[in-house]
Structure formats: C-alpha cells, structure tokens
Design a protein around this ligand. Structure first.
Ligand SMILES: Cc1cc2nc3c(=O)[nH]c(=O)nc-3n(C[C@H](O)[C@H](O)[C@H](O)COP(=O)(O)OP(=O)(O)OC[C@H]3O[C@@H](n4cnc5c(N)ncnc54)[C@H](O)[C@@H]3O)c2cc1C
Length: 379
C-alpha cells in the first residue's frame, strides 16, 4: 500500500460502512468468536479485519497437537501457580477441545485420538514423573472427570523407532489434527454465515468515540459499535498495557522418510520441544526456552541456533541413522504471559480482548472465542 492510498467514496459507501461488531484477527479465536456472535445476533453486521493474505499468526502455522497438558508441564505449573488456576486452565483446554470437535468434524480436520507422549531422556526424571502419576491422575479426575489420564507406556518409543529414550508417559486422551484443514473449514463457515472477512487490513489503531469505535486502517477508517481484539501475540501493538508478550516458535518439516513409524504426538522438556509425523514426513518444532531473548519477538524468521538444535534432536532421537532432508521450515507467533490463563476482558465499554493463548490455542481457542463473543454481546 502506498502512503498516498485513501479509500474512495464508493469503497466507503459499499464496503466500509458501520458494523455492529468488528473482530480484529482471523486466527482460531477471531473466527470462533465471529461464528458465536452470528448465533447470538442473526442479523448483525459482523466483519473480521485480518492484516495477512491468510490468517498470519499461529493458527495456520502450528503443530496440530490437540493437547491439554503433559505430565511435566502440569507438575511445573503446579509449582509456580495456585492449584485452582492450573485446574481452571486444564478445564478450559479440555472443554475447548470438545467444543472444537463439535464445530469442525473430526474427518474434516483429520483428528485422530492418537495419544500425547512425553519422552524422557534421563532416568531420574522418568522415575520422578512416574512416581507422580497416581497423584496427578487423581487431580485430573477431579478437574475434568477422566480416569487414568497418564500412564507409563513401555512400547511406543520402540514402535516409533525412537532412540536414546529412557521412557515415555502417555496422556491417553490427547490427539492430533491438521490445523490447515481446521482453519479452512472455519473460514468457509464464516463465509456461509455472511461474516465478511477483509484480508490485507492491518489495523493501525483504535479510537473510542461515544458508544462506538473508529478503526484506523491504511487508507481510512471504519466504524464499529463493538470491537474484539483477537490478535494474540501481536496484541501489545494495539494495547501496549496488556500483559501478553510475543514468543516466536520455529518449525522444521523433513522430506518423506522411508518406513517412518512415528505414531502420535511427542513432546519433551515440559512441552518446549514437540514432534509428530505428517503423513510420511516428520514435523519438529520448539526450543524457544533455549533462546528466550531472541525468540521474544513478533517478527517471523528462523535462526541458525534453533534450526541446528531441532536437527540435532532429529539425528539423536527421532531419525537416528536415517537419510533425510529438511524440505520446509517456518515460524509462528505465540502470545504468552506470566500466567497461562487467557485474557478475556473488556478494556473499555466498546472494546474487548481475547488473547494470550500460550502454546495450546488449538485446544483453548474455541472456548475463548465463544466466551469473548458472549462478553462483547452483553456489555
Ligand atoms: C509453531 C507453533 C506451534 C504450535 N503448536 C500448537 C499445538 O500443537 N497445539 C496447540 O494447541 N497450540 C499450538 N500452538 C499455539 C496455537 O497455534 C495458538 O495459541 C493459537 O493459534 C492462537 O490463536 P489466536 O487466534 O489467538 O491467534 P493467531 O492465530 O495468532 O491469530 C491472530 C491474527 O491476528 C492478525 N493480526 C495481528 N495484528 C493485526 C492487526 N494489527 N490488524 C489486523 N490483523 C492482525 C494476525 O495476522 C493473525 O492472523 C502453536 C503455535 C506455534 C507458533
């Protein structure tokens, strides 16, 4: 867009008229919030403003783990936060996943209940977490009503061809899905519900007027009675005071690997690293905990250090001794904070926010979108 670009009279009249609701950001949260708003307000004018040609944050760039917590992550959270907060977050992820599966058919997004496996490379760590299984299973049963969430799995590492692994703890209720197909379906649903999505619309700032907001785009303004900011890792650009920081996550995808045996989603180091099969390729990502400062950014990009670390994991544990090449790599931006719970709140009478999905927005995003829609409808 050139500096001198302004909207024409015709564009203003036919495209940029006042909306009842404007949602900023077409990630999973923005799309699910818009769909929920349409159910609450069948005749309202609802528009989504998305700066990218596609949704361009995390929702189409993630690993597709349908997960709600590995054992080491939950125990780590319990040491840092009150139990009620950890329980609430786990409940939200679990409920979010079941709402997602009600809104996108399993067959459409290739959902498989393949289990989530945490691998341990150190025998002492493995013992510590195996000892904690009964207590954590009891807590999970109280929090989400599921029995025996965690268990020691003695065969999956071997069956999947992993090497130098001391043991694996499974969360039997976790699964995998295809985030591209999930988001494609949600975009089509928005279209069918007459939710207008304007791609290429970078929101520069929002000005609150009497009972409405002017949203500044490159080219001019558009007015809305209510606005929801669903920009997650980019949220501080519009609301600098929000307690949500960007965190970049890098991903590698190999070429097709002969006789690949990986089954299910794997993670290690409290979920900071993760890998899975995508057909006959391996997707691996994470590692931001090893370069926190460098990865605390909302700029896309890949670094030599993280890419080498991920390659090393592939060579030592996942594809040891096998020929493979990296065919594709990319990054996405998370929104994180001192607490893992999302922020869903009104920041003024006409502006709401729904951000800070952490590393589990696939799980939590649908519920957050629905709650945010109810929030901005009610106020
Ligand atoms: C590499 C990676 C792997 C992950 N793996 C998993 C996983 O396996 N399982 C899981 O549950 N979660 C995973 N996550 C996290 C999950 O993807 C996110 O939590 C979730 O997608 C966040 O959704 P969202 O809608 O809040 O944000 P986003 O998907 O980031 O959407 C925000 C949108 O806002 C747009 N935007 C930003 N600023 C503006 C502006 N000023 N104007 C207009 N539009 C704007 C962006 O372009 C973007 O499309 C992963 C994340 C990454 C990066």
């Amino acid at each position: 867009m050139t500096e001198n670009y302004t909207f024409s009279f015709w564009e203003k009249e036919s495209f940029l008229y006042t909306q009842d609701f404007i949602i900023i950001g077409a990630g999973i949260v923005g799309l699910q919030a818009s769909i929920a708003l349409r159910q609450l307000h069948p005749d309202a004018r609802i528009m989504i403003l998305e700066r990218g040609a596609l949704p361009s944050g995390a929702s189409t760039r993630n690993a597709g783990f349908a997960c709600f917590g590995s054992i080491s992550e939950i125990l780590d959270d319990l040491q840092k936060s009150p139990e009620s907060l950890v329980a609430d977050t786990v409940k939200m992820r679990f409920e979010g996943l079941s709402l997602l599966r009600k809104s996108v058919p399993d067959s459409v997004m290739d959902y498989e209940n393949s289990g989530g496996f945490e691998i341990f490379r150190n025998e002492d760590d493995l013992k510590k977490f195996v000892d904690a299984i009964p207590e954590l299973n009891a807590k999970m049963e109280t929090w989400i009503g599921l029995k025996n969430v965690y268990g020691l799995d003695e065969s999956i590492a071997k069956q999947s061809g992993l090497t130098d692994v001391q043991g694996t703890i499974v969360n039997q209720y976790e699964g995998l899905l295809n985030p591209g197909k999930m988001m494609h379906y949600l975009l089509e649903k928005c279209d069918a519900l007459k939710i207008h999505i304007m791609f290429g619309s970078n929101v520069l700032h929002i000005e609150e007027q009497n009972n409405s907001c002017d949203i500044q785009l490159e080219g001019g303004k558009i007015n809305a009675k209510k606005v929801l900011i669903a920009t997650n890792g980019f949220a501080q650009r519009l609301l600098p005071e929000l307690e949500v920081q960007p965190a970049r996550n890098q991903v590698l995808l190999t070429n097709p690997v002969k006789n690949l045996r990986l089954q299910g989603g794997f993670h290690l180091d409290a979920g900071y690293f993760y890998f899975r099969a995508v057909q006959d390729r391996v997707l691996i990502g994470g590692g931001r905990h090893l370069a926190r400062e460098e990865e605390a950014t909302d700029a896309f990009g890949q670094t030599e250090f993280i890419q080498n670390t991920l390659m090393q994991l592939l060579r030592t544990h996942v594809l040891k001794g096998q020929d493979f090449e990296i065919e594709h790599s990319w990054s996405g931006i998370l929104g994180i904070g001192s607490q893992k719970k999302p922020i869903i709140q009104m920041t003024s009478p006409s502006i709401g926010v729904a951000v800070r999905m952490g590393g589990m927005g696939v799980a939590i995003g649908t519920l957050v979108g629905i709650q945010a829609a109810e929030m901005i409808s009610l106020c």
